[in-house]
Design a protein around this ligand. Sequence first.
Ligand code: ADP
Length: 357
Amino acid sequence: MAQVALEEVRKVYPSGHVAIPGASFTVADGERLVLVGPSGCGKSTLLRMIAGLEEISGGTLRIGERVVNDVAPADRDIAMVFQSYALYPHMTVAENMAFALNLRKRPKAEVEARVREAARILELDALLDRKPAQLSGGQRQRVALGRALVRQPAVFLLDEPLSNLDAKLRAGMRAEIARIHARTGTTMVYVTHDQVEAMTLGQRIVVLKDGVVQQVDKPMAMYRDPANLFVATFLGSPAMNTLQGRVEAGAGVRLADGALLPLPGVALPADAGEVVVGLRPEHLAVAEGEGVVLHAGIETVEPVGNEVFLNLRVAGEPLVARIPPGQVPEPGTTVGLSLRPGEVLFFDPSSGARLRA
Ligand code: ADP
């Protein structure tokens, strides 16, 4: 096992494209860390640099105590699982899992023991004699994980390993990967564009945008306390609502349509002037009388079973509220909304930086 430390790691592709201007973070020994961000933000580039599949243009990469910038992939003590996991179709599950070890000429007894152990962890014992064609998509992905597991690397690197699976299988495999990680205790770096996968699987998350690390933190801490507008709106579904306005000291925020969003007791950012107000959909509630702080027109109502999404419009801007099923207002009407004042976030409209009191 080992920690993975990046210090100002940089990637400039031969085309001149600066994919990673300089990224620094550390994956603790035994930690499960998720790299997340939209397509093209540089997740795969970072992971491939850790794997040694992509040259590092600058900075320092350490696995354990060793600087590995110029160490070949095979000598880095890592195992990588990709989105497309080509299993050898003519080999059995056991042979597929044993392949890398046989290639390294490991003793037969050791290979068999490691395959047995991986099969036990992955619950593949009953399938060891099958060919890939006789397996379901989820089982095949488990074999792909098994091939990485048998190598007992110091670090697992996973690049969108669940993208090819359907939603239900993906949820199951997510839990399985967490379980495998708990059993092996091996340091794991997991790449995904899916914020739900990141939130559920990451012990900590690194959010990337345009090759730049935006924030590194535990999932719920980051959700509650995002460093900037990008992180705030990237995490959460439906996304956080944003309203433009101007701070009025001691009162609240004056919205674009002239209405005041009263924020009694809320520490408003000082000297902020124009701000973006961030309101999570679950922090809004339909209300009457005293608690009402906003009036919103209801455009559409989306029941999703255990809750209802209200698509609203306030001061010309779209807003979503998540409310419990039950007394759901009608589209075309106007509702009063209350909010939890302590949960309101403020951002700088031009830089997106978080504004604090
Ligand atoms: P992600 O995995 O987050 O989708 P990538 O790491 O694949 O993003 O890509 C990051 C950026 O680097 C993108 O703008 C992409 O177009 C660019 N890129 C990736 N591979 C190469 C390459 N071989 N040559 C030039 N640019 C590349």
